[in-house]
Design a protein around this ligand. Structure first.
Ligand SMILES: [Zn+2]
Length: 246
């Protein structure tokens, strides 16, 4: 964590928000989230760093909670245990009745299994579950990497009913005063953030606040591509919106 803090200061950031993963009830080969014991250490170390670097960097301790429709009670209970500075919501794991498949993974076994289920079905499920998730948790402050579902399947296209789901999601986000993450890890894969410009433009139209996130999984990724965001957003506002945009 201290390496991330130093990286943030070297980048000239004034605030860093840690957003460690919380998942529950997921059966998956590797664990990419923190256990309750890990979170105890996370807060202990986070508070230590906060006091050391107080005059140079604001250090906030948040969480990215991954939705699991079969573990809502556990997730709510775990969320209630800590004083999070930010609560991000995402949905990563599709349950196929036997095991969980990671919908944002680049790993072949996930991509192939999700392709076999059918991209339209997976995307429909992803958005409908996120809509349910927003109902389950009262303390969400930001919706994370909204359109990153099946991001490693380049031929994926959202259909009209997916876009209607996005519209419903954004409406809920607006009504609940949640912000939308503009996640710059997308630049590496597709040269624009998650979510894409059609969604960001719509969020801006609806007055939904945007929160920059670099999805850093390594200190050198802290604040990656943040310098591109001002121009990206002003282009977005300037551009006329063709009826068939994207
Ligand atoms: Zn995520």
């Amino acid at each position: 964590m201290e390496d991330y803090v130093r990286a943030a200061m070297a980048k000239g950031l004034r605030t860093i928000v840690f957003l460690e993963h919380l998942e529950a009830g997921i059966s998956y080969g590797e664990r990419t989230w923190l256990t309750e014991e890990d979170f105890a250490v996370y807060f202990e170390e986070g508070l230590r760093l906060r006091s050391i670097y107080a005059d140079r960097l604001a250090i906030l301790l948040g969480v990215e909670v991954g939705y699991n429709p079969l573990a809502v009670d556990i997730l709510q209970d775990r969320l209630a245990r800590h004083p999070w500075d930010r609560v991000g919501l995402s949905y990563h794991f599709f349950f196929d009745g036997r095991r969980h498949l990671n919908m944002v993974s680049r790993k072949r076994h996930n991509i192939d299994a999700l392709a076999a289920i059918g991209p339209d079905t997976v995307v429909e499920h992803y958005f409908s579950q996120l809509i349910s998730a927003l109902d389950c948790f009262d303390n969400v402050t930001v919706l994370c990497h909204l359109d990153a579902v099946m991001r490693h399947s380049p031929s994926l296209r959202f259909n009209d009913s997916h876009w209607e789901q996005v519209e419903r999601l954004l409406d809920i986000v607006r009504r609940k005063n949640i912000s939308l993450e503009i996640n710059t890890s997308g630049y590496a894969l597709r040269n624009e953030p998650y979510p894409g410009r059609r969604i960001i433009r719509r969020a801006v139209e609806l007055g939904i606040p945007l929160t920059a996130g670099s999805d850093a999984h390594h200190p050198e990724q802290v604040g990656r591509c943040f310098e591109l965001l001002p121009a990206y957003l002003s282009d977005l506002r300037r551009a006329d919106r063709p009826p068939s945009a994207e």
